[in-house]
Design a binder for this molecule. Structure first.
Ligand code: 1GP
Length: 252
């Protein structure tokens, strides 16, 4: 089954998922082994691989190491068009619809399209919305766009609706890695109520309580990076909190 189909099917069944964000620049390989081991035990659904800036050549090494160790799908979450590798399973083809930077709405996509057309990667069209997380994140700076203000649920809703009408398959609300204020409960409720496609939420989610609040508010996939880099054991608690209501819950 394609990765997108599995995400859509889980949404249809009301099952929530946990995605662990791995930034190849920040995670050392020995820590990666630990994260993989815990993720397998905790029943993590996806690895998102990417970062705003990948400055070393760790991307392929990280993908190979994960593939050798487990069958958790590896989905590229690229910060720029250099972060591509055939070794992954799928790619979030992100259009930064919260911003008005033409390059990140369509320009980079035109350049990478021929490469992606030939690649074995599953390409998943994703509306990417940056929400103000209370700190100036790398994405804000690199993308040269303003995030949607934290309390402007109506702008987020209309943006998500437009993205869905344009044919995007997933919607991603991101407060940015390390956000001080994660996306609010009310914004998640409003956005998830306005669209049918699966909703991914990430940025500054540090506690199982917040993860649970987000899935209860309507998020289908929770992404966490920073917090589990610091404490990989947190993966268990996050998975348990997110999957409490699922039929196939965590294997602890
Ligand atoms: C950022 O949504 C991700 O793009 C994850 O954010 O690293 O703050 O968990 P954190």
């Amino acid at each position: 089954m394609s990765i997108y189909k599995s995400i859509a099917e889980k949404k249809a069944n009301g099952e929530k998922s946990l995605a662990i964000l791995i930034d190849p620049d920040r995670l050392r390989l020995q820590n990666l082994d630990r994260v993989i081991k815990i993720s397998l035990k905790a029943g993590v659904d996806y690895f998102f691989i990417g970062g705003s800036l990948i400055v070393n050549d760790m991307l392929d090494a990280v993908l190979s190491r994960i593939k050798e160790s487990c069958d958790i799908p590896m989905i590229l979450f690229p910060g720029n068009s250099f972060q591509l590798s055939y070794k992954a399973d799928a790619l979030l083809f992100l259009s930064l619809i919260s911003g008005r930077n033409a390059e990140l709405l369509i320009g980079k996509h035109v350049i990478t399209a021929p490469y992606l057309k030939m690649s074995p990667l599953e390409i998943i069209s994703t509306g990417y919305m940056l929400i103000d997380g209370g700190v100036s994140s790398t994405v804000h700076y690199m993308s040269n766009t303003s995030p949607i203000p934290h309390a402007k649920d109506d702008i987020a809703m209309c943006t998500a609706m437009a993205g869905e009408m344009l044919g995007m398959k997933l919607m991603y609300l991101d407060a940015g890695s390390g956000a001080k204020n994660p996306v609010s409960k009310s914004m998640i409720e409003n956005v998830s109520g306005a669209i049918q496609i699966p909703l991914i939420v990430g940025g500054g989610i540090r506690t199982p309580e917040k993860a649970k609040e987000n899935v209860n508010a309507g998020a289908d996939v929770i992404v966490t990076g920073n917090a589990i880099e610091k404490d990989p054991q947190l993966i268990f608690e996050m998975a348990m909190a997110i999957k409490e209501g699922n039929k196939n819950s965590v294997r602890v």
